[in-house]
Design a protein around this ligand. Structure first.
Ligand code: ATP
Ligand code: MG
Length: 236
């Protein structure tokens, strides 16, 4: 089992949303996915409950509570022995011993950020913290910044400057744009199960085509994560 960690110092950076989108794509690709709920607010458990109610959940996905060091260890052990291919950790914003523990047990780290100056400052600070923590532990773990909530319209000068600044660091070439499909996931459930339902209703055809764009973006990021994990396994 491999652990992909979604983390940031800043609250509201887009961690949970990015995780949900990648989770949908991993399940669609036939992976068995465990989600480590490391945020006391339990957004992932709420998401799962909403999805189950709407019939948009997937049997190959389980949520394991990992909100303390010992719960994280138990979740990791449970996911490893139960045949999950991948675990996704939804960390709470800020620095903590728990977040550092998740960091050093990760196989890939995703650092989501919006393109405001404040968000960029915080993601750079998080990036530096991650690098320092990994160096202290003598670890080399692949990581990438994920630009998210990127407007679909033309970027402002300031957003463009932030985007260019972030390009100096390891960054996913594909951003997640600001889309209703992403914002609505927490109520509607998994992306692929939701679009299947939409396609059954002819009135939803236009909505489904917007939705597909969100899925395509998330799938490119998922493919990048999977290939980074594969490269790490092969020792490249
Ligand atoms: N790409 C996106 N398109 C539209 N809305 C988004 C996108 N990414 C995030 N959001 C919205 O922004 C808000 C914050 O996102 P999210 O909850 O994923 O951040 P977070 O980093 O997990 O926050 P927290 O630190 O509180 O856990 C949410 O309301 C979410 O729906
Ligand atoms: Mg969150």
């Amino acid at each position: 089992m491999e652990l992909v960690n979604f983390t940031s110092f800043k609250g509201g950076a887009g961690k949970t949303t990015a995780l949900m989108a990648v989770c949908s794509c991993l399940l669609e690709r036939g992976k068995k996915v465990a989600i480590f709920e490391a945020d006391d607010n339990r957004p992932i458990s709420k998401w799962r409950d909403n999805a189950i109610e709407k019939g948009t959940w997937h049997d190959n996905c389980s949520v394991l509570i990992a909100d303390t060091l010992s719960n994280f260890e138990a979740a990791y052990e449970e996911a490893s022995k139960s045949g999950y291919h991948i675990a996704l950790a939804d960390s709470q914003g800020g620095g903590s011993n728990l977040n550092d523990m998740i960091l050093i047990n990760s196989d890939f780290i995703v650092l989501p950020t919006a393109l405001t100056t404040l968000d960029a400052d915080e993601v750079i600070e998080t990036y530096q913290h991650v690098i320092k923590t990994l160096a202290r532990e003598g670890l080399e773990i692949d990581l990438a910044i994920l630009k998210t909530r990127v407007p679909t319209s033309k970027l402002t000068q300031s957003q463009m400057r932030t985007s260019t600044l972030l390009d100096e660091l390891p960054v996913f070439s594909q951003p997640l744009h600001l889309r209703d499909a992403f914002a609505d996931m927490k109520f509607k459930g998994l992306l692929h199960q939701t679009i299947l339902k939409m396609k059954q209703n002819p009135n939803d055809a236009l909505h489904a085509s917007h939705f597909q764009k969100a899925i395509d973006e998330a799938d490119i990021i998922t493919a990048d994560i999977l290939s980074a994990l594969e490269n790490a396994t092969n020792g490249n």
